[in-house]
Design a protein around this ligand. Structure first.
Ligand code: PLP
Length: 449
């Protein structure tokens, strides 16, 4: 054995001697452009979205064009966007919605916020919903399937859409971790009933906190709008006699009153309103969002380049297989999942990789509880409610009998217990991505069986 082949845990030289910087893509590309955009909004003193020049409205139009989607609404968070999307498709008390056991806790929490009950399903080697388990979990109460595309990799969408069609169910896509991703030539989220982006600190593009709900369905969009602001419709511009109004109140700022509502400008609402929550985004979020949106192609290009460099540098695997990727073209390139043959070996790999200079994400890493795994959703597993009535599980309209336990999805725990995630971001170079692959080659050659 040559000296370089000796693992760093055994005293050999590490593959990576200069630590790879930590990074998240969205915040890493913030520069003077965002500073100027925010400053301009502040200077204008127009911080509220219902303004004729609305930054939020312009963000929505630009995002809709980018996605090739009918309707978009920027809101305060990805969670808010999910609640709007789910209420938009009509999810509510008495309903069940099937959700992946591997998604951020915000996804099932959003289901609960609509009054519906989450039913947790298994993942497969795509690290997304397992279509076979989804079908098994359908009951007479099921209203929707919520698909999450984790870490930039599209889930098995076609199979899920097919199941939903056969059973007459709605599909909501949680695209919080796959902003800019595609599935077979179309933007993720555009083939289902509604979808949500997160623009929080850790995402592909970022406004610090923020999100976007989107849909191709006009009625769903109206419901999304109502859900985001209990004051809507603020103004039905086609219904009002502007002249009469002007003469009635001379001091009224007509320009503001005539402002767009979401993407709607000068249109009549078709559905009756219902009182929603307050998820309006500020103009500061809108302004930063527009600049970040403009940077999305550059971010995606770089992340995808890094993932390709990593993948092409890998030797043939001895003791692991790659995560199944349903559409590698649509993958945003933010991560590569490696599923090691057994759990102890995966722990050994992670330990050895760390010594080689590569930090991988794995569920067995110590630290704060990983709320991306259902077994760490204690509040949900214990059916804890904000109210003593036990809503939504004990809501009189709920006739189902969903039960949860920490080990209810053994395949999910088994797969995630063996999965190592390699992460790519804007602060990383192609050479560093290749070094990560060489570290994996070295560890697999030495520890792999
Ligand atoms: C898969 C997923 N869903 C939902 C959310 C919630 O988004 P936010 O934090 O913007 O509310 C996140 C955020 O981390 C997420 O990763």
């Amino acid at each position: 054995m040559v000296a370089e082949d000796k693992l760093a845990i055994d005293g050999g030289p590490p593959v990576i001697s200069d630590p790879i910087p930590f990074g998240v893509s969205g915040p890493s590309v913030v520069d003077e452009e965002e500073v100027e955009a925010v400053s301009e909004v502040l200077r204008s003193q127009e911080l509220f979205r219902y303004d004729a020049q609305s930054q939020c409205h312009q963000f929505e139009k630009e995002a809709a064009e980018l996605l090739g989607i009918g309707y978009t609404l920027i809101v305060t968070s990805g969670t808010a966007a999910l609640v709007c999307a789910m209420k938009g498709v009509g999810l509510g008390p008495g309903d069940e919605a099937i959700v992946s056991g591997y998604t951020y806790i915000a996804t099932p929490a959003a289901i609960i916020a609509t009054g519906a009950v989450p039913v947790i399903a298994e993942i497969d080697d795509s690290l997304g919903l397992d279509p076979y388990d989804v079908e098994k979990k359908i009951t007479s109460h099921t209203k929707a399937i919520v698909v999450t595309h984790m870490r930039g990799v599209p889930a098995r969408l076609d199979q899920i859409l097919d199941i939903a069609k056969r059973h007459g169910l709605k599909v909501v896509e949680d695209c919080c971790q796959i902003v800019g991703g595609q599935h077979k030539g179309k933007a993720v989220g555009s083939k289902s009933d509604a979808a949500a982006w997160s623009l929080n600190y850790f995402k592909t593009i970022s406004t610090g906190e923020g999100g976007m709900a989107y849909t191709n369905d006009r009625d769903v969009y109206e419901r999304i709008l109502y859900c985001s602001d209990p004051g809507l419709p603020m103004w039905n511009t086609t219904n009002i006699d502007m002249e009469k109004l002007r003469s009635k109140s001379e001091n009224m700022d007509m320009e503001k009153r005539d402002a767009p509502q979401g993407q709607f400008y000068d249109v009549e609402y078709q559905l009756e309103s219902f009182p929603g929550e307050g998820y309006r985004a500020s103009e500061l979020i809108g302004a930063v969002g527009r600049v970040q949106l403009g940077k999305l192609p550059k971010v995606l290009e770089h992340q995808r380049k890094l993932k390709r460099a990593f993948m092409s540098e890998l030797d043939e695997a001895r003791s692991y297989k790659h995560q199944y990727v349903d559409d590698s073209e649509g993958d945003t390139g933010v991560s590569a999942g490696v599923i090691v043959n057994d759990e102890d070996l995966a722990k050994g790999f992670a330990h050895a990789l760390k010594a080689e200079g590569v930090e991988v994400a794995a569920i067995f890493n110590e630290g704060i509880p990983d709320r991306h795994i259902y077994s760490a959703w204690e509040s949900i597993l214990n059916k804890r409610s904000h109210h003593p009535s036990g809503y939504p599980w004990k809501d009189p309209s709920y006739k189902g009998d969903v039960e949860y336990s920490k080990d209810m999805c053994p395949n999910t725990l088994n797969i995630l217990g063996r999965t190592l995630l390699f992460n790519f971001h804007m602060n990383m170079t192609e050479e560093q991505a290749k070094l990560m692959a060489r570290a994996l080659n070295k560890v697999d050659a030495s520890l792999g069986i």
